[in-house]
Ligand binder design. Structure first.
Ligand code: ADP
Length: 511
């Protein structure tokens, strides 16, 4: 029963998170669907628009070709009539038209290539004018005749020349349409398949001319362009929809990420309460127990009394160390104005003072500290208290996480770019899996037994924050069972950059 309840309780935050995810993602999901529908609609509309433009172009080309063909037909007919009327005027002027009259008439109509006039009263005195240019070159010739009051005129003409004469009719735009829709009209020969043709970039319609020029036609071409690539409505609408969709997805991703961060913060807060409260309770209850024992029992020997007092002092120091760590992490995290105060500090002096301050405490724990200090290191602009706290945390960890080999080495050296502060132990080491997480707030490696090795998982977080706020970084090398080396790399300042300000090292309290 209790087990089931525990399982349920454990499952609750999971479900809650899933619900939260769903509620955050739902609006994005709806927007994405909306955008998808819009994209489809706009694509569909573009296709419909293109289809109706096609239809209009087809109709317009048919109309333009047909109406121009009829204009040409009318002009050809008018030319025939004009020719016969002009001959009749010749007949009216000359009683008996002869060769020169016929030649003058054919010259006046340059499309006529040869003609014969047969008078009714004497067919044997017919006159004939033949083509001046000899070879017809295989060109088509057509014959036509008309009757006059005194005879018959039969003539052969060149349809090309005739059409050239009426060509002006062809170029007229039969109808002005709005926009770019214009027909390009031209005359074509050898028409075999009149009607609509899908041309490369538009539509062409060929309308046949009337007899006798039925092998000729009028071609009207209407170019249709929807734009290509980025000019095409279809491409634009689809691409814009994709961009909007991608932005929506990015928004969804960012919202999820924000939520995950929020969840992380909540988790950290939970860890703080769980971890720190436990770590606070233990020393507090020990202090209380010690104080009560001191108060109640009169029969304590001097030795017992001293032991209890020392243990109370130890617990108070441990407590204050932990509270300082929690407060410092919070202060640096929130970039409090008071967070750090950079002053010129002699690193060797800082390290030596700190270690000598804690030497007895370290020795009491059975550890030996070896100091390797490079004497030439110049003054650096550091926050003395913060760097001391960082070093103290590293030494404290080296002590906490060591077993039988109780040797610690603290090294201070420099290279071209950094002043390097290194703490090496021969302790239990850190697994590769834990190495990436030990700087996370409240993280404690699996084997860090909370009873024997107390801590809230904030020490290294603070150390990393301190080095980072000095513009440096932290490195760690470790092998389970062999020990660990923590290395703080501070950017190196030269003497030109820092001023010497004598000051006392304010050492944090030991714990
Ligand atoms: P705390 O010591 O309070 O647990 P820290 O942030 O100082 O928190 O360290 C985080 C974790 O890193 C520790 O719980 C421990 O598992 C591991 N760790 C830190 N320093 C060492 C060390 N010198 N040797 C082995 N493990 C270490």
């Amino acid at each position: 029963m209790i087990e089931r309840l525990l399982v349920k309780l454990k499952a609750m935050p999971e479900n809650g998170r899933r619900k939260d995810h769903a509620s955050i993602l739902l609006p994005f999901f709806i927007i994405a669907i909306g955008l998808g529908v819009l994209a489809y609609r706009s694509y569909h509309l573009s296709v419909r628009m293109e289809n109706s433009v096609d239809k209009l172009a087809q109709q317009y080309s048919a109309y333009a070709a047909d109406i121009t063909a009829r204009h040409v037909d009318a002009a050809v007919r008018a030319e025939f009539i004009r020719a016969s009327e002009s001959w009749q005027q010749v007949e009216r002027r000359v009683a008996v038209p002869g060769f020169s009259a016929l030649e003058g008439w054919t010259n006046g109509n340059d499309w006529i290539v040869s003609a014969i006039y047969i008078p009714d009263y004497d067919p044997s005195s017919s006159v004939f004018v033949s083509e001046k240019t000899e070879s017809t070159g295989g060109k088509a010739r057509l014959t036509r005749e008309f009757y006059t009051s005194s005879g018959t005129v039969r003539y052969t003409y060149d349809p090309d020349r005739l059409l050239a004469r009426v060509r002006s009719t062809v170029h007229q735009q039969p109808l002005a349409l709005e926009g770019d829709l214009r027909a390009v009209v031209s005359l074509v020969t050898n028409v075999r398949t009149p009607g609509l043709v899908r041309a490369k970039e538009g539509f062409a319609f060929i309308a046949q001319l009337a007899t006798p020029l039925e092998s000729y036609g009028v071609r009207a071409f209407v170019p249709v362009s929807y734009g290509s690539g980025w000019e095409s409505h279809r491409v634009i609408s689809v691409s814009l929809s994709f961009v909007a969709l991608a932005l929506t997805m990015l928004g969804g991703y960012l919202a999820l990420r924000g939520m995950r961060k929020e969840a992380e913060t909540m988790k950290l807060r939970g860890a703080l309460i769980a971890n720190v409260s436990h770590e606070l309770r233990t020393p507090l209850s020990m202090i209380r127990l010690g104080a009560e024992t001191l108060k109640r029992s009169n029969k304590l020997t001097e030795k017992q009394r001293t032991e209890i007092e020392e243990s109370i002092l130890r617990e108070v120091l441990h407590l204050s160390h932990m509270v300082e760590n929690v407060l410092d992490v919070a202060r640096i995290q929130h970039r409090n104005a008071k967070a750090l105060a950079f002053t010129p500090v002699l690193p060797r002096e800082l390290v030596a003072t700190l270690i000598s301050t804690y030497e007895s405490w370290i020795k009491n724990k059975g550890f030996i500290v070896t100091l390797n200090i490079e004497e030439t290191i110049e003054e650096q602009l550091w926050d003395r208290e913060a760097v001391s706290r960082a070093l103290l945390n590293l030494v404290d960890n080296a002590i906490k996480y060591s077993a039988d080999d109780k040797a610690i080495a603290v090294t201070l050296r420099q290279n071209a770019e950094h002043v390097i502060l290194e703490v090496r132990d021969h302790g239990i080491g850190i697994t590769a899996n834990d190495l990436s997480k030990i700087f996370d707030p409240y993280y404690r490696a699996q084997f860090s037994d909370t009873q024997t090795r107390r801590g809230a998982g904030l020490g290294l977080t603070l150390v990393q924050q301190i080095v980072a706020s000095h513009g440096g970084r932290i490195e760690v090398e470790s092998e389970p069972g062999s020990g660990s080396t923590f290395r703080l790399l501070f950017p190196r300042h030269t003497s030109a950059e820092s001023r010497h300000v004598p000051g006392l090292v304010h050492a944090p309290e030991p714990f």
